[in-house]
Design a protein around this ligand. Sequence first.
Ligand SMILES: C[S@@+](CC[C@H](N)C(=O)[O-])C[C@H]1O[C@@H](n2cnc3c(N)ncnc32)[C@H](O)[C@@H]1O
Length: 355
Amino acid sequence: MSEFCRLVLQCRPGFEKEAAAEITDRAAEVGVYGYCQLKPHDGYVLFTCQQDGDARVVVDKVDFRSLIFVRQWTACGDLQVLDANDRIGQLGSVLDGYPECVELWVEQPDTTEGRELGTFCRKFGSALAQHMRKKGKLSKRKEARNTRLQLFVLSGSEIYVGIAPVNNSAPWLMGIPRLKFPKQAPSRSTLKLEEAWHWFIPSTKWDERIPLGGSAVDLGAAPGGWTWQLVNRSMFVTAVDNGPMNDDLMESGQVIHAEEDAYQFVPDKTVDLMVCDVVEKPIRTAALASDWLLNGYCREAIFNLKLPMKQRYQETVGCLNLISDRMTEAGVAYELRTKQLYHDREEVTCSLRLL
Ligand SMILES: C[S@@+](CC[C@H](N)C(=O)[O-])C[C@H]1O[C@@H](n2cnc3c(N)ncnc32)[C@H](O)[C@@H]1O
């Protein structure tokens, strides 16, 4: 077996090329070179490094939070082809060469075929975890605390076995936070904003960055899925959209509906948070968000960049570069984070704030 020569990179099915372009760039930044293998709509990419061990260099040195299209990663070796009669025994001997781990996650591609493996993954995971605990390979010891054993299951007999640092990988299985759709919310896109908060704002900072009783502007708000999340945080919201807002939301008394153009709207005073879900050219929204921060209209912005059909990675990088250039020119310290969320479709979501 080649030791930690590969990375399995999970992504939204259909975005394999973007995930491949991204990992190739980011690995090169830490001196790791390799090649990608992918099939469109498989929901993952395989990156094979030129040198054994280099997959661990990538997961240790590249900041996972900086990845946009990669939802989860695993540093692993070759694909394990297992005999259905003795999977645990075979994997047990492979794992002898692995470091001690604190937990075991069994993941699969986020595709129809992948989801059919869910029950197998759960059962196999609990049997393997028991076996590993007995062998002392799963433990709470200090040395094991930051290493998670991750299996990526392609079928009952084909499994990538690898590891990921707990503090530098997705904090949810398959990189998908399990969020419950709130019945009262007027649109499904409500979960985009909630998911963005989970990715971008540490739980200890929610009260500071999305303060109860705070103020927000929602650009392109109708019918009000994102506004609903803000109101649910007891925030006071100006919802900017020419379209109609949900009646129940308006009755909350916390929303003012401004029937104006999102790209012309100026708030009376600085708000805690601006959010924007307008379907527009992404470069225009990127410029709008940086204007809001630099003009002092808001303390933080969360916005969606709707991607074109082609050159989606290049388009995203172009938008992020525009924001970085503007912030740098203005001489301000800022944080810009971008992720293609589980609830995003042909789009990515960004968070921009001054530090
Ligand atoms: C994807 S929808 C927003 C959905 C909303 N975030 C929700 O959760 O219910 C985009 C909205 O942007 C609005 N819109 C498009 N261009 C706009 C503009 N220039 N100014 C204001 N609103 C705009 C549309 O009317 C539409 O309601």
